[in-house]
Design a protein around this ligand. Sequence first.
Ligand code: HEC
Ligand code: HEC
Length: 289
Amino acid sequence: MSKNREKDDVSGVETTGHEWDGIRELDNPLPRWWLYIFYATVVWSIGYWVVMPAWPLVNDYTRGVLGHSQRLDVDAAIASLKEGRSALGEKLAKATPQEIEADPELQQAALAWGRSAFGDNCATCHGGGGGGNVGYPNLNDDIWLWGGTLDDIRHTLKVGIRSTHPETRLSAMPAYGRDELLEPGQIRDLAEYVLNLSGKSTDAEAVARAAPLFVDNCAACHGEDGKGLREFGSPNLTDADWLYGGDKDTIIETITNARNGVMPTWEGRLDAPTINALAVYVHSLGGGE
Ligand code: HEC
Ligand code: HEC
């Protein structure tokens, strides 16, 4: 590359003096349109510095005449949201779930609040929308272990089931096999008996053998007819709905080792408006009593 400014013979334009292997660069001026846009951006940037926050300082930054700040915008938005929520929260905490349901506006707010709290706290166990999982009851249907009225649901939420709360809902089906309360043969017979309650047994003799065992061991919690008792949270064994499963192996496993599913207590973890909103939300899912 040589530095040699000279005129280009063909175009008559001076070259920049740069040359690469015989190729030289013409020194044409920048196009006008390009230059004007460039000047305009310079002017724009000066205006921007003046008006908007622009330059970092040691501990601060220049604020600009407008004093615009997205952080302040967010703060203001959060403050107004909190104010709205705390007014609503107060209403939701003071009202009973029945009063909330009776007031359409409050009910809508509670449902929205409850739905989001459900997603955050309950869906891991009960499934999104409360559809349930094995061992975790479906909250959409008419089948309730502990009760489906607003008060029942709210109480379940507050104290939990087999939880650490001193007043927890409690009942513990014994592990008949593990604790050697019954022989394996008796447990197989009882499984047939349970199957027979929903018309699924194929072994009438086993059912007959198990009948007195059911009366002695199981009826106290599940009822003489096997339809379940609310005060013990014991499932109805005569219907097609199973918490853990209605095939013979699963029933044998349930009787052998028991299940004793745990639902945490939410008192202390969720505030009063949220518990009320959740009670109203769960009640609305379809199976509320
Ligand atoms: C760690 C898992 C877990 C979480 C989280 C959980 N639950 Fe439960 N829940 C259970 C289990 C297990 C049962 C059934 C216990 C039993 O066998 O009696 C249950 C039972 C219930 C019942 C009683 C149903 C009936 O038929 O009476 C309601 C209502 C309920 N849950 C609502 C909720 C709500 C609302 C939340 C969120 C705040 C929640 N649960 C979070 C595990 C959970
Ligand atoms: C102290 C009360 C109690 C006694 C006694 C009891 N159960 Fe249970 N049983 C329950 C409860 C509560 C559940 C709910 C599941 C749980 O523990 O989470 C249950 C669940 C079951 C289930 C599972 C149902 C499902 O939907 O999956 C079967 C089956 C069952 N019991 C059979 C029996 C049989 C058979 C006996 C007698 C040998 C018996 N139970 C004795 C309280 C009892």
